[in-house]
Write a protein that binds this ligand. Structure first.
Ligand code: HEM
Length: 422
């Protein structure tokens, strides 16, 4: 193959939404880090940051950069007739786009339910869920790991967090809500599909409202009960904010974790020595979960808007301009991380920046790590002779603008001998 043109040369192509990028973004990210760390993305009025130092600096710098879409230089408010639509209202009232005191207030409650101590209570549930999902396909000797495991596991955990009973109608509605959210906010989906999803989201959100009423009448030991009670105590949370938080947890916690489960399995299979270590030494799994997220990050980039005209590495930034912060690239920057292209589940983590930095640091980081640790632990202990049907090159990738990951993962295996079962 002829060498790829450099960023300043004619013929250099950069499209972080292309199928080539979906499959392997790392070669082009390495070029950007070395030759154009603050890269003006052609056709988009935005700058793309790829170095660890720059990405972390912008995410941490609330004075100069914000996650509030309302600050975008090309932002136009929704037309009056749409402004009151429940989905538009909720898109504004959510953690990811709130700033300052509003953000602190909303985040406090949800984060209390997701600390390491709190999520440890979900241990037993995660073990049981992993068993149940594997049980459904183990006798068959083959499965689509994405559809039959990775896509189901995180949503089921979030619904338990909300106090939704397993295998209930409420759980099925919640899963349907998660599925429609994914389509409704995906610009790659057709307008007709998006419209259908928004309609079904509206219905399912009404069901979440009903669930909030149920929690008010019959409080439980769960996050939704905590939120409605806080709302009742001092009207600290509006219904829109609670719905927005539920939806944000679904959006931020489902596909990211699902993709990391699939990437985790792919990388363990691609590195048999690491697979053996992961299977035989459970103590390494906590670190391994972070290495999986670092090595194949399930996101694309985080978006920030400049609050005022400024500069990054001498490149001017306009007020309201978009700055894309490539967390995946930061995780492979050799300026910050030793030998970053080596997948090593025993490595001492450099930092937690795969889960963000500063105010918007991932509220579900502990939960996601525990999910990876427990779920993948079960997979490698229960399934022996694991391989990907058609090989690594045949794995199809999803075209989703927010996250990156396999669309399907056909695997073959045989049930492991009981000695391998924990
Ligand atoms: C491997 C899985 C995951 C990865 C890689 C990941 C990554 C991230 C990153 C990078 C951010 C920062 C966003 C920003 O700065 O704009 C973030 C925020 C967030 N994540 Fe995660 N996440 C994962 C799983 C989860 C899970 C399981 C949940 C909850 C159930 C969750 C809930 C959230 C929420 C609510 C925010 C917004 C926090 C805020 O704005 O204050 N994430 N995540």
């Amino acid at each position: 193959m002829p060498p790829r043109p450099l960023p300043a040369e004619p013929g250099f192509e950069f499209n972080p939404l292309s199928p080539e990028y979906d499959r392997d973004p790392y070669p082009v990210l390495a070029l950007l880090r070395d030759h154009a760390p603050v890269f003006p993305v052609p056709g988009v009025d935005a700058l793309f940051l790829s170095r660890h130092e720059d990405v972390l600096a912008v995410l941490a710098d609330e004075e100069r950069f914000s996650a509030d879409r309302g600050l975008w230089e090309h932002w136009t408010p929704p037309p009056a007739e749409h402004a009151n639509h429940p989905i538009v209202r909720m898109q504004r009232a959510n953690l990811l786009s709130y700033d300052g005191a509003e953000h602190t207030r909303l985040r406090k409650l949800a984060s209390a339910a997701l600390t390491r101590r709190a999520v440890r209570h979900l241990d037993a549930l995660m073990h049981a869920l992993a068993d149940e999902l594997i049980h459904a396909f183990i006798a068959r000797g083959h499965a689509d790991f994405v559809a039959e495991f990775a896509a189901l596991f995180p949503v089921a955990i979030i619904s338990r967090l909300m106090g939704i009973a397993p295998s209930s109608d409420r759980e099925r509605e919640f899963k349907a809500l998660a599925d429609s959210v994914v389509v409704a906010f995906n610009p790659m989906c057709s307008e007709a599909d998006k419209l259908r999803s928004i309609q079904s989201m509206t219905i399912h959100m009404e069901n979440v409202r009903l669930l909030m009423e149920e929690k008010r009448a019959h409080p439980g030991n769960d996050l939704l009960t905590d939120m409605v009670q806080a709302e009742d105590e001092g009207t600290r949370f509006s219904s829109d904010e609670i719905l927005g938080t539920v939806l944000t947890l679904l959006v931020a916690g489902s596909e990211t974790t699902a993709n990391s489960l699939s990437f985790g399995l792919i990388e363990l299979l691609r590195h048999p020595d690491q697979l053996a270590r992961f299977r035989d030494d459970p103590a390494v799994r906590t670190n391994a979960s972070l290495e999986i997220v670092r090595y194949q990050h399930p996101g694309r980039f985080l978006i920030r808007y400049a609050r005022a005209a400024t500069e990054i590495r001498g490149v001017p930034v306009r007020k309201g301009q978009i700055v894309f912060c490539s967390v995946p690239s930061a995780q492979r920057d050799p300026r910050a991380i030793a030998d970053p292209d080596r997948f090593d589940i025993g490595r001492e983590p450099h930092d937690l920046s795969a889960f963000g930095v500063g105010r918007h640091f991932c509220i579900g980081a502990q939960l996601a790590r525990l999910e990876l640790e427990i779920a993948l632990g079960h997979v490698v202990e229960r399934l022996a002779g694991l391989e990907i049907e058609g090989g690594f090159e045949a794995v199809p990738y999803r075209s989703n603008p927010a996250v990156r990951g396999p669309a399907a993962l056909p695997i073959r295996f045989r049930p492991a001998q009981p000695s391998k079962v924990a």
